[in-house]
Design a protein. Structure first.
Length: 416
């Protein structure tokens, strides 16, 4: 009878662990999906307001910068109050950001709403919370499944682009950009209520394990981050996230505008952007499995090579804007975009798991935010200075090459 009861309990725990990954996937979908709608809001807002591209890119730069700066605070809150409150409040902030954005008439209105507020919200419902959430479940007997689990959850970021960007583009064409912001805001507020009433007693694990860093400090929650900041591993991973984000966001936020500028229809451009997101799902989800079997550094290096190839092909579109070249560029870009994320998340989870994981991952995520902010802002500056996008693509290639080098500086571990 006891064996049957134990078997039933283990089965129930496996089911709950799977549900945790699914929920993290959905929240990541919303986090990235709604944030990346900026790509299709950019041209309508530019047309109505007549602002420079630097001003518009500044909105996305502030969004990414806030994402990075808020991450350590969000991680601290996740460690203390758990995912339920952080997810629910994050969705509400996202909703209010979009509801307020519909009334924007000055640049600072957008800096505050779709910049600061959306950046905080994206962080709250994204991978900072998901990494803590999943890591607490995938320990002990399930530790070998941590990499695939994080990879699946991470792929929600790509799925969000597939779902949200084309829908938003169609809503803008039908309703206009202001009314679209209102509709999206109402949806996010409704989702906040749904997430809050989920069965969190079943979903949350109360006592996470500790890593060597946590045990070294006696498990004190306030010291875990300070110890991590003294390790080379932390700063290498931080720089990888920074330089990779800079490379990707020099290109991503203005990809639709770039494709339109070289002669593609806006529908084709937004479709290419969405297909890129669709491929990202498979690239990110497959990264966890590939890294487990072939090594994290090798898989990361291949992904960087694909990204560099995509940047070069996209740049060639300015000379030869043909569909075949666009397809050849989007394939490697989509399959490699975000592929480094799950690898970094697993490395962080293995090195720094414990009560302070949220704050540590949040601090490391500052690299993504600051890198993304720098890349997005520079893309606008480069466009206004040169009237084109080639300089952005050139700097992106250099950043990707640096990212490869940083990955190979990380010491191998027995877990890798």
């Amino acid at each position: 009878m006891t064996d049957v009861s134990d078997s039933s309990t283990r089965h129930g725990l496996r089911e709950t662990a799977t549900l945790v990954v699914i929920l993290a996937f959905v929240m990541n979908l919303l986090s990235r999906g709604f944030g990346e709608t900026f790509a299709v809001f950019l041209l309508p807002i530019e047309s109505e307001m007549g602002w420079t591209r630097t001003t518009l890119a500044g909105i996305y730069a502030i969004y990414m910068g806030t994402h990075g700066l808020a991450a350590v605070v969000i991680g601290w809150f996740v460690d203390r109050v758990g995912p339920r409150i952080v997810y629910s409040v994050g969705l509400l902030i996202y909703g209010f950001a979009f509801l307020l954005a519909q009334f924007g008439v000055k640049a600072w209105h957008f800096y505050l709403t779709t910049g600061v507020m959306a950046g905080i919200a994206m962080t709250a419902i994204g991978m900072t919370t998901a990494t803590v959430f999943i890591t607490r479940w995938y320990q002990g007997p399930r530790a070998s499944q941590l990499s695939p689990a994080i990879g699946i959850a991470y792929s929600g970021l790509g799925a969000g682009v597939i779902l949200c960007v084309p829908i938003t583009n169609q809503l803008i064409e039908i309703l206009g950009w202001r009314e679209t912001y209102r509709v999206l805001g109402l949806i996010l507020c409704a989702l906040a209520v749904i997430v809050f009433v989920l069965p969190w007693r079943k979903l949350q694990v109360q006592t996470p394990p500790q890593s060597e860093v946590g045990r070294f400090l006696g498990g004190r929650k306030d010291g875990h981050l300070r110890a991590a900041l003294q390790t080379q591993t932390f700063w290498l991973l931080f720089m990888i996230m920074f330089i990779t984000a800079a490379a990707m966001y020099l290109v991503g936020p203005q990809l639709v505008a770039y494709l339109v500028s070289v002669g593609f229809d806006s529908t084709v451009a937004s479709l290419a952007f969405s297909i890129n997101g669709f491929l990202t799902v498979f690239g990110i989800a497959g990264t966890g499995w590939l890294a487990t079997h072939f090594g994290m550094k090798r898989v990361a290096s291949v992904s960087y090579a694909m990204t560099i190839t995509a940047f070069i092909l996209l740049a060639c579109l300015s000379v030869t804007p043909v569909m075949v070249l666009l397809v050849l560029a989007i394939l490697p870009l989509g399959l490699s975009q975000g592929a480094r994320g799950p690898i970094v998340s697993v490395l962080v989870s293995r090195a720094f798991s414990g009560h302070g994981l949220g704050a540590i991952y949040g601090a490391m995520t500052m690299g993504v935010g600051l890198g993304g902010m720098s890349g997005a802002w520079l893309s606008g500056v480069f466009y206004d200075k040169t009237g084109g996008y080639i300089l952005s693509y050139s700097v992106s290639v250099v950043c990707a090459l640096i990212g490869v080098g940083l990955f190979w500086m990380i010491r191998e571990s027995s877990n890798e």
